[in-house]
Write a protein that binds this ligand. Structure first.
Ligand code: ADE
Length: 235
């Protein structure tokens, strides 16, 4: 079973509409929809915005459903000149830009425990999502995706995150879902279409472009599931 998590309804509803034999359960206030898409068993969840809800959802999903991989899909603000609105960011790794124990001598962003700043996403899953994005004619970049409990809307903060972590896109859940998957040894991918510039223009761009950007991410995930079903057919 593939787990798919979006923060907002608009990031998941397009996939939910494609579920065959849907079943819904609500656990800890999170709605989980199981079923299959193109014959591939999936569980879909809308986790809510921010790192705490994202972690709660990812851990619950892993404990309650037999997921062999988790994909976080949705939208993000761009942190680099190579990505504009409508383009696709895929995580080679995730960081948490608001994690900071540097007064104790640690690198900024270090996650205590694994003692890593960058938590690696699954390379094979990420490559497959990149190929699906390319097949849809979408411009795609693979790199670090930065997560924090902030809607990024200041050019200064955007530059700091880009320069400190080399991040290409910023959002509010991927790093948290990545951390939960990392400690549970579950492969994960973070797929984000760009809805805004993560600067002063973001409060206007985000509501204008989020729905269309999220719909493209849904098409990419759908393409991956279709490809997986074809691969299963020849197994
Ligand atoms: N998701 C989409 N745009 C974002 C932004 N500018 N900051 C944080 N999360 C986002």
């Amino acid at each position: 079973m593939i787990g798919i998590i979006g923060a907002m309804e608009l990031e998941i509803q397009g996939l939910r509409a494609r579920l065959d034999q849907p079943e819904t359960s609500v656990i800890s206030g999170v709605r989980f929809d199981t079923g299959s898409i193109h014959g591939v068993p999936v569980v879909l969840a809308v986790c809510g915005v921010g790192k705490v809800f994202a972690a709660l959802c990812a851990q619950t999903m892993i404990l309650r459903f037999p997921v062999r991989a988790v994909i976080n899909t949705g939208v993000a603000g761009t942190l680099c000149s190579a990505l504009g609105i409508g383009d696709v960011a895929l995580a080679s790794d995730v960081v948490q830009h608001d994690m900071d124990t540097s007064p104790l001598g640690d690198p900024v962003g270090m996650i205590s425990g694994p003692n890593l700043v960058h938590l690696p996403a699954d390379g094979a899953l990420t490559d497959r999502l990149a190929a699906r994005a390319g097949a849809l004619g979408l411009h795609c970049q693979v790199g670090t995706i930065a997560t924090g409990d902030q809607f990024l809307a200041q050019a200064e903060r955007k530059l700091w995150i880009h320069e400190t972590f080399g991040a290409i896109a910023g959002e509010m859940e991927g790093g948290s879902i990545g951390q939960v998957c990392y400690v549970n040894h579950i492969p994960f991918a973070v797929l984000r279409t760009i809805s805004d510039g993560a600067d002063g223009s973001a409060p206007e761009s985000f509501p204008a472009f989020a729905a269309a950007a999220a719909a493209d991410a849904v098409e990419i995930v759908d393409g991956l599931l279709e490809e997986m079903s074809r691969a299963r057919a020849v197994d």
